[in-house]
Write a protein that binds this ligand. Structure first.
Ligand code: NOJ
Length: 702
């Protein structure tokens, strides 16, 4: 029930294993060392129980895929499953049989640095993609040596940290918890997830690591989870700082009695469990239950029969196939936000390109957060890729403009302007270094850091077309009179990983067509946060003709502007909505139809729509289906994603997309906290994003 992260003298770790004080180790990656410790466990410890070796393999082990938020932009569960499979193959080849992923926290606040690790703001998308990751990590059968146990995290509500500040308290009422935050975790259990991790936050005063309601009532009783639960790093002893426990002993008692089977690193179980048992504060059956849960997973992983790693096998790390898939993933994860005058893809008339910006050639930073094992020497940056592919055909000029994303110095900008003047098109690579997102790296201001906006603005003044390529860990407010307006085109990439360079080069030159869609809303200004499409309506919704600050007459009468729920400075519209993303081609949506306009709760709806590729490129479109429950016993979101499909259309081609939607999937936790479909009117949309689309209404009858 104890997990350690070794440091210092390795013989000390071996001693602890020999004494039977350790069941799992995280953060060792040397297969020889892993085998040696495993041998101590198997031959020298009293009970001869194999160790389980864990690691944060979040978006790749050596071959780094786009950060999870980027992968989510693909809306492609098959590709995400393959990415997780590749991560498992690489990690397990080094002895790692457990990853602390997927992170399926709903993330609606980009100030929170961990949004990077999430699959975005939406419950349905996160459920589908999170389950795909679980399947990918765990493979067909956990006892395949190339399978890695998944650990959906952080259970639960961690993404709702107040103010978007990591580790902060959350206040999620039970209905919201059940409707929005829990479904991805339930989907992960259904996908067979072997383990779960508790979250750092306290929700309404109860830290997750001591929360019986979520761990026993929901996870074990409602969902029948039979794997094991691990705490987050020291989240057992941190219950003291939360003010939830007097001391370490009470922390151990509360955690184990709540249902935390394994403690990550804080050692309170080892130090206090015997006394707690003797004092009757913890029952033997509680410990038996925890141990059984852990052993069950160790058996399923085949560790008892097969505890050691084969050392001399051919390396699978950075295999060509893995790099190819990582490149494809980066392509599918890129989102085209703007493309004025179809400036992209780059036309054949272009002779000289200027490449600039602090993200054009930063092998470390384009990998993103949580890269413990991926080596930056394998990274292919955009500058390298462009040079490799086009140097003989085109003149490629380069200067970084500013040396890193936070750099305030502007003395590199004149050189960037000088090369821009000589070029036919400018590629400005901006964004965030990887250290600006991820765990504990939150921001109160979501603008581009340093002098980057100034760089783009000076480039725009040259009159040359500026294509801004962003690489970041979150949506940034690249807006209002600045970055987007100063760019002819904007291609947004959440840190794209090892193969980001070739992927972006393929997209810029039209060897690939962008098809990614935003898995999160991009705000215009930080003060709009939290901003997400599936909000509730208020009794005074924003109508769209509200007066903005600049147009309000002096001494305007108090009620002359109307009384709607509105920001008079920034308005309510996001910069770009959830689900948004352009292509080099265009798509037309026609002929929505629905199999029944008066279904009952047990019916299965079939909803159809024709999509035509009306532009000049063969391309993929992510077709999205949203539903609104117009009135109910409790208020419901204005829209909720219920289905999506990726379709490939040749230019001129039309396809009919058919979505099958059981009416029971419209159920929610009602006023009585029962999951039910309530009769009444529903609106349905099929469209290219959460703001546009064809609509159809239907009424659910009893
Ligand atoms: C703390 C993080 O919150 C969690 O996501 C991670 O898996 C553990 N540390 C282990 O590194």
């Amino acid at each position: 029930m104890n997990q350690i992260s070794p440091w210092g003298d390795p013989t000390q770790t071996a001693d602890l294993v020999r004494k039977g004080e350790v069941g799992s180790i995280l953060n060792i990656t040397d297969p020889v060392a892993i085998n040696a410790l495993q041998q101590v466990a198997m031959e020298e410890s009293r009970l001869k129980i194999p160790l389980l070796i864990g690691r944060d393999v979040i978006h790749g082990f050596k071959t780094i895929f786009p950060i999870p938020l980027g992968q989510a932009a693909s809306f492609n569960p098959e590709m995400i499953e393959e990415g997780a499979r590749i991560a498992a193959i690489e990690a397990s080849s080094q002895g790692i049989r457990w990853t602390f992923a997927p992170m399926i926290d709903i993330a609606r606040d980009p100030r929170w640095g961990r949004m990077a690790e999430s699959l975005g703001e939406d419950t349905y998308l996160t459920s589908v993609l999170g389950a795909a990751m679980v399947r990918g990590f765990q493979g067909e059968n956990l006892n395949d040596p190339a399978s890695v146990a998944a650990c959906p995290k952080h259970f639960v509500g961690y993404g709702a940290a107040e103010g978007g500040r990591d580790y902060n308290s959350t206040f999620i009422p039970e209905r919201l918890l059940r409707n929005v935050y829990l479904p991805p975790f339930e989907a992960a259990v259904k996908a067979g997830a072997a383990t779960f991790m508790t979250s750092f936050n306290d929700n309404d005063g109860v830290p997750s690591t001591g929360n019986k309601f979520i761990l026993k009532e929901i996870l074990r009783k409602e969902w029948n989870f039979d794997g094991f639960v691990v705490s987050d790093w020291a989240s057992v002893s941190e219950m003291i700082l939360h003010g939830f426990c007097k001391d370490e002993k009470e922390a151990a008692e509360k955690a184990v009695n709540a249902g935390v089977d394994m403690e990550m690193v804080s050692y309170t179980y080892v130090n206090h469990m015997k006394d707690l048992l003797n004092e009757g504060k913890v029952k033997m059956e509680t410990i038996d239950h925890a141990v059984r849960n852990i052993l069950r997973i160790k058996y399923r992983l085949g560790l008892f029969e097969n505890p050691y790693i084969e050392i001399n096998k051919a390396s699978v790390l950075y295999a060509d196939e893995h790099l190819r898939k990582a490149r494809e993933a980066a392509i599918q994860s890129a989102i085209l936000l703007k493309n004025e005058d179809n400036i992209l893809p780059v036309s054949n008339n272009i002779k000289t390109i200027a490449v600039t910006g602090p993200m054009a050639d930063v092998p470390h930073d384009q990998l993103g957060t949580w890269v413990f094992d991926g080596d930056k020497n394998h990274t292919q940056t955009p500058l390298q890729a462009l040079r490799e592919e086009y140097e003989e055909k085109l003149r490629i000029l380069y200067t970084p403009g500013t040396t890193y994303s936070r750099e305030m110095q502007t003395n590199g900008i004149p050189e960037a302007v000088r090369i821009a003047r000589q070029a036919d098109i400018v590629f400005a690579f901006v964004g965030e270094e990887s250290i600006l997102s991820g765990e504990a790296h939150c921001l109160a201001d979501l603008n581009l850091q340093g002098a980057q906006s100034q760089l783009i603005s000076e480039l725009a003044k040259t009159g040359k077309p500026v294509v801004t390529i962003v690489m970041a860990g979150r949506p940034l407010t690249i807006t209002i009179g600045r970055d987007v307006e100063n760019s002819k085109a904007v291609l947004y990439n959440f840190h794209p990983g090892t193969m980001g360079g070739p992927a972006i080069s393929d997209l810029l030159f039209g060897k690939a067509v962008p098809g990614g869609k935003l898995p999160v809303t991009i705000p215009k200004v930080t003060g709009q946060v939290p901003i997400y499409y599936a909000h509730h309506n208020t009794g005074r919704p924003f109508v769209g003709n509200e007066t903005l600050l600049a147009d309000i007459p002096r001494e305007a009468g108090q009620t002359s502007l109307g009384n709607t729920s509105f920001y008079i400075d920034a308005g309510n519209e996001p910069l770009y909505p959830f689900g948004y993303g352009l292509s080099y081609t265009t798509f037309k949506y026609d002929n929505i139809s629905i199999s029944s306009v008066r279904p009952n709760a047990s019916d299965i709806l079939s909803v159809k729509c024709d999509i035509t590729n009306t532009g000049p490129y063969d391309a993929t479109e992510v077709v999205q289906l949203y539903v609104q429950d117009c009135y109910a016993s409790v208020t419901r979101p204005v829209k909720e994603l219920k289905r999506f499909d990726r379709i490939y259309l040749k230019t001129g081609e039309t396809k009919t997309v058919t979505f099958t939607l059981p009416v029971e999937e419209l159920a929610f936790y009602t006023i009585d906290m029962k999951k039910t479909v309530e009769p009444g009117t529903f609106k349905l949309w099929i469209g290219p994003n959460s703001r546009e689309g064809l609509t159809a209404d239907f009424e659910v009858i009893n």
